[in-house]
Design a protein around this ligand. Sequence first.
Ligand SMILES: Nc1ncnc2c1ncn2[C@@H]1O[C@H](COP(=O)(O)OP(=O)(O)OP(=O)(O)O)[C@@H](O)[C@H]1O
Ligand SMILES: [Mg+2]
Length: 253
Amino acid sequence: MSFTIAITGKGGVGKTTLAGLLISRLIASGRRPVLAVDADPNSCLDHVLGVRMKQTIGGVREEARIIAGKGLSAGVSKQELLELKISESLVESSDFDFLAMGRPEGPGCYCYANNVLKSALEKIAHEYPWVVIDNEAGLENLSRRLAQKVDVLIMVADPSRRGLETLRRLFALAKEMDVQYGRLVLVVNRLRQDALPAELAAIRAETGAHDVLALPENAELADLAERGDKITALSPDNELVKRVDEFLNRIAG
Ligand SMILES: Nc1ncnc2c1ncn2[C@@H]1O[C@H](COP(=O)(O)OP(=O)(O)OP(=O)(O)O)[C@@H](O)[C@H]1O
Ligand SMILES: [Mg+2]
C-alpha cells in the first residue's frame, strides 16, 4: 500500500516547489522509494528534481495505440503493450522514480484517454510506499486522474486575503467533485511575517483540516529557482526544509 500525497492550489502558489520539497525530504528521511508524479502538463517538476523527462504517459498511450493499429505480435494484448511502454517512460533514479502524465493524446473520447492514464498510474503507484502528485491548478484534474483515495490532500495558498479565499473555493470544489481523501492539509506559502493570518483558523474549522503548514518567503529558494538549480541544493538548515521535515513527522510518522 502506498501513502499518497496530492498537492493542489491555484496557479503559481508554490505547488511544484512543495512537491519537490516533500519528495526530497521523504528521501532524506529514509522514506523511499518515492514515486514522483507530475500531473501538470505545464509543470517543471522534472527540473525542480533535476531529472530529464523522457516521455509522458499521454504520449506513450498514443504510441501504443499506433503500434496496436499496425497489428500486435501474437500473445501480446493492447493492455500489456501499454504497460510495457509506460514502464519504459518511467525515469528511474536511485531514490525515486519520476512519471509525467502529460495530456491524453490521439483520437477518441477525452474521458477514455484519461481512464487509461488513471489505471496506468494506479498500476504503477501501488509498487511504491510513497507517492507525491503535483497537480495542475484547480481540482478537475485531480478528480479525473485519481480513482483511488489520496491519504493527504494538500491545498496551497498565498497569505493574501484573496489567496486564503481560494482555500474555501477549493474545498467546496473538492466536495462537489467528491475527491476522496484521508486528511486535508492547508498550506500557506510565502509568509512574510511569523503570525499566520487570523482568517486561517476559521477556514481550518470550516474545512475540518487536519493540519496547517506555514512556509515563509525564502530568499535561498528564490535564488536557487532563479539559477534553475534543483531543490536538493537547499542547505539542510534552510527554514523550509526544517518545516517540511516537521510536517512529514506529523503526518507520515
Ligand atoms: N516560499 C517561497 N519563497 C520564495 N520563493 C518561492 C516560495 N515558494 C515558491 N516560490 C517561487 O514561486 C514561483 C512559483 O512556484 P511554483 O512553480 O512552485 O508554483 P506552482 O503553484 O507550481 O505554479 P503553477 O501553477 O504554474 O504550476 C517559483 O519561482 C518558486 O521558486
Ligand atoms: Mg507547478
